[in-house]
Write a protein of this length. Structure first.
Length: 238
């Protein structure tokens, strides 16, 4: 994979250059100490992977992503863990927090290689015209004497209460229904939701911030339990 490094810290650039030199599948094309200089190169070159710092003066890594026409695979490199959820929402392959250990760098590169190979395989196969099988983006739950339709995209988080659950939605309401959290977890895990506590399932896209062992959604601070913490952080590449 052809890659570039964009980072305003010379020591960080040198470290990533050294890591790249140890991985045979990576070919370093160029390095940049500011994102503006990199725009033309990315738009006019076949770059497969960018190691991109988020927090840079005047023009951030996120500004850079919004400015380029081509969208290679992105691995964010930053000293600030606060951007993990935003990185996840931007479709980054991974999110590396400085100082970056080599084993963590290698894990990210392997993940990028899998995606790269998958994309290339897909592009070289002649597609068959098949009617898509539409997955529902909603569910019906029984609440009191009616079946209530709830769109997955409207769910903020779900709180378990013994045999019942409360499904909180973006209209500042909740629906109380008789269903297990395990069943909901199985239904929602592939749709951007994550179990972070024995009593909570959250919609990752609504996470505003992560504060120690809690996530902030709307004005609610929801606990992250130790038994779910590693899987959740792995899910958001933190």
């Amino acid at each position: 994979m052809k890659c570039v490094i964009i980072d305003d810290e010379p020591l960080a650039v040198d470290l990533i250059k050294d890591f790249v030199s140890k991985v045979e599948s990576l070919e370093l094309i160029n390095t940049f100490n500011n994102a503006i200089d990199a725009i033309a190169v990315i738009n006019n070159s076949n770059v497969d992977l960018i190691f991109l710092d988020i927090e840079m003066p005047h023009f951030s890594g996120i500004d850079f992503l919004n400015a380029i026409d081509k969208k290679p695979l992105i691995i964010f490199t930053t000293a600030y863990s606060d951007y993990a959820v935003e990185g996840f929402n931007l479709g980054a392959v991974d999110y590396l927090v400085k100082p970056i250990p080599f084993h963590r760098f290698l894990k990210s590169v392997m993940r990028a290689q899998q995606l790269f190979q998958s994309q290339n395989t897909t592009s070289t196969v002649t597609p068959k015209i098949v009617a898509p099988e539409m997955e529902p983006d909603f569910m019906f739950v029984r609440s009191e004497y009616e079946n209530v339709k709830i769109n997955f995209s409207d769910i903020l988080f779900i709180e378990g209460l013994k045999d019942y659950v409360k499904i909180y939605t973006s209209d500042n309401k909740f629906t109380l229904t008789l269903i297990s959290l395990i069943k909901l977890e199985n239904t929602l895990s592939s749709k951007g939701f994550s179990r972070i506590h024995r009593s909570y399932i959250i919609n990752i896209k609504y996470v505003k911030s992560i504060q120690k062992n809690k996530v902030l959604i709307a004005d609610k601070r929801i606990p992250i339990s130790e038994s779910y913490k590693n899987a959740f952080f792995e899910r958001i590449n933190l």
